[in-house]
Write a protein that binds this ligand. Structure first.
Ligand SMILES: NC(=O)c1ccc[n+]([C@@H]2O[C@H](COP(=O)([O-])OP(=O)(O)OC[C@H]3O[C@@H](n4cnc5c(N)ncnc54)[C@H](OP(=O)(O)O)[C@@H]3O)[C@@H](O)[C@H]2O)c1
Length: 319
């Protein structure tokens, strides 16, 4: 089969397409013929090896040679002990542990997969598992009239988070670069901030801040929060994340706010509900572009350069 591999951290140019044997599923594993794989920021982070947590399991060289977590496709075969799936089933899921979605076939542990809703294409389904789980958990607690700010709202998780928060009745401010402001407006956001021109922590106060790309100090986050408000970050440079986990907790407690990290719970129980709402037409899926397997370096570069409006999807096989 054809697979996109890399052997060292670096820019998209370190990725190359090679022929490798089709893997065999071990006990508890499912072999998926991959129809679509959406690109997440976590793929970019594992490609370049930054932030440092992207090197967990592979400090000097990548732990997994083939990236691609959010897969959708057809079950080719199953390993011993697999009970929920059989060949021919249409599945999707976040294969963050094994990855391998930038290939014609990928192995995934049975628990990470769910049956694809019939109303979604493979490409659509592949956009949901990681970004949907982050968004759903990230906006938990928002409600009618609550002031929600989403930093990095023009990306994959933000696209879902804006729509979910609006659906809960919140007043939503989206922060991203200038080229994504109209895109965020098209998703229903009430206010936009260009992060390169303005500092969102000088606005507010907000009852809930979901930070997809944390870069500021905990004191700035406290300033932007209303009393009783909550700040959740899901990613960012390691020093920032560590400060949120330590100092943020203390500063939050002392000021009557909550400042912390959201450890996103993965799996079908967490992305299934949002996929069902997408299939029902309640939440829109935005796909910027699809790329063939050979074009994975260009696809990843497109995401890394910040040009994507919505999700970028790779289609290793025709489905
Ligand atoms: N906590 C967990 O368990 C967990 C699990 C999986 C993933 N994650 C994390 O969750 C996050 C998911 O992000 P995603 O997939 O939605 O990423 P994404 O699609 O790349 O979106 C991120 C957006 O943030 C924007 N951005 C970059 N720097 C910014 C800044 N300083 N201020 C405001 N916006 C900025 C980007 O725009 P540009 O084009 O300008 O860069 C992009 O539009 C990642 O940080 C990932 O590491 C966490």
């Amino acid at each position: 089969m054809r697979a996109v591999v890399y052997d060292r951290y670096g820019p998209p140019e370190v990725l190359r397409v090679v022929d490798v044997p089709v893997p065999s599923p071990a006990a508890g594993q499912v072999l998926v013929r991959v129809a679509a794989t959406s690109i997440n920021l976590s793929d970019w982070e594992c490609l370049v090896g930054s932030p440092a947590y992207a090197r967990i399991g592979g400090l000097r060289t990548p732990a997994r040679r083939t990236l691609g977590s959010d897969i959708a496709g057809v079950v080719e075969s199953v390993g011993p002990g697999v009970t929920r799936f059989r060949p021919g089933d249409e599945v999707y899921g976040d294969n963050l542990g094994l990855k391998g979605g930038f290939a014609e076939y990928a192995l995934a542990p049975e628990p990470v997969l769910a049956r694809k809703p019939a109303g979604l294409s493979f490409a659509e389904a592949s956009t949901i598992p990681q970004a949907g789980a982050i968004a759903l958990q990230g906006v938990a607690g928002a409600g009618p009239g609550s002031r929600v700010l989403i930093n990095g709202a023009g990306g994959g998780s933000g696209t879902f988070a804006i729509q979910l928060a609006k659906g809960l009745g919140a007043h939503v401010t989206g922060v991203d670069n200038a080229s994504k402001l109209d895109f965020m407006r098209s998703l229903g956001v009430d206010e936009v901030i260009d992060y390169r021109a303005d500092d969102f922590t000088r606005h507010g106060p907000y009852d809930l801040i979901l930070d997809l790309v944390a870069h500021r100090s905990v004191f700035a986050y406290r300033r932007a929060l209303a009393p009783g408000g909550r700040y959740r970050c899901v990613g960012g440079p390691v020093p920032t994340v560590l400060r949120v986990l330590t100092l943020g907790w203390v500063v939050g407690r002392l000021s009557g706010r909550r400042i912390g990290m959201l450890a996103v719970r993965p799996g079908p129980a967490h992305f299934g509900p949002i996929a069902d709402r997408c299939a029902a037409g309640e939440i829109g899926i935005r796909i910027d572009r699809t790329f063939a397997l050979d074009a994975v370096p260009a696809a990843v570069a497109h995401v890394g350069a910040g040009r994507a409006l919505g999700k970028v999807v790779v289609t290793p096989t025709a489905g």
